[in-house]
Design a protein around this ligand. Structure first.
Ligand SMILES: Nc1ncnc2c1ncn2[C@@H]1O[C@H](COP(=O)(O)OP(=O)(O)OP(=O)(O)O)[C@@H](O)[C@H]1O
Length: 232
């Protein structure tokens, strides 16, 4: 089943034409990577999907239903979760409270928290600690765990490895791998090897357009070309 279908979206900030006809899909169960240099429109693509910035042309469909122009809250209610680049913790609240807030079905808070701590055993020892006191890697893990307890069918994850040391990136990658057995992922990543490792398919964006796409299994052939786009 096609969970998400973005068709030929054109998105602007004021007069600036940022996305110039982006199309992509995410099937149920897939992890899809959106890669590309700084400023090519990756975050804008996620914002467009969530209708935080509605496209002027083109459409966004969730399970075949056109959600273009709906409020972000209504899009989220259809099973889309967002893990933004800045992670958006409630820094004065504990890890557990941050997770509780994300549970939509309040009758199931206990079970959801237990599941989160099972998937992220490292988090359990921090459950009473203020989220603002955690390291960047630990906060990223809380952000991913929040996506997990939120019962989302698709998580939009923006640059999860940003600013993290290589060893911590590996832990975060492992968290995403675990979450991907429960939910589909659309992953914005500038770390090319990480994106290739986690994703089934990829889209390469440049200047607001998809310039390459395919299975990550086939990527070695195109490797040089992709790297050129990423470093240009
Ligand atoms: N709120 C805004 N108003 C005007 N221009 C914006 C706004 N947000 C982003 N832009 C511009 O839109 C373009 C695309 O930005 P976007 O954040 O989508 O890129 P990105 O590929 O996610 O890059 P990064 O990795 O730096 O976040 C950039 O040129 C950026 O300067």
């Amino acid at each position: 089943m096609t969970l998400l279908e973005v068709d030929d979206v054109h998105t602007y900030y004021g007069q600036s034409h940022i996305l110039e006809g982006v199309s992509l899909t995410v099937e149920a169960g897939e992890t899809v990577a959106l890669i590309g240099r700084n400023g090519v429109g990756k975050t804008t693509t996620l914002r467009t999907i969530l209708q935080l910035t509605a496209p002027r042309r083109g459409s966004v469909r969730i399970r075949g239903e056109d959600v273009t122009g709906l409020g972000t809250h209504d899009v989220a209610r259809r099973g889309l979760g967002w893990i933004p680049e800045d992670r958006r913790m409630f820094s004065e609240l504990s890890v557990e409270e941050n997770l509780r807030i994300a549970v939509k079905d309040t009758d199931r808070v206990g079970g959801k928290l237990a599941h989160a701590f099972e998937v992220f055993p490292d988090l359990e020892q921090f459950r009473d600690k203020k989220a603002g006191a955690l390291s960047g890697g630990q906060q990223q893990m809380v952000a991913i765990a929040r996506g997990l307890v939120g019962d989302n069918d698709l998580l939009l994850v923006d640059e999860p490895s940003e600013g993290l040391a290589p060893l911590i990136v590996e832990t975060v990658a492992e968290s995403l791998r675990r979450v991907s057995s429960d939910t589909s992922l659309l992953l914005v990543e500038q770390n090319f090897p990480l994106a290739m490792d986690l994703a089934d398919r990829f889209y390469l964006l440049d200047n607001g357009q998809v310039v390459e796409q395919g299975s990550t299994d086939d990527v070695s052939r195109e490797d040089e070309q992709i790297r050129r786009h990423l470093s240009a």
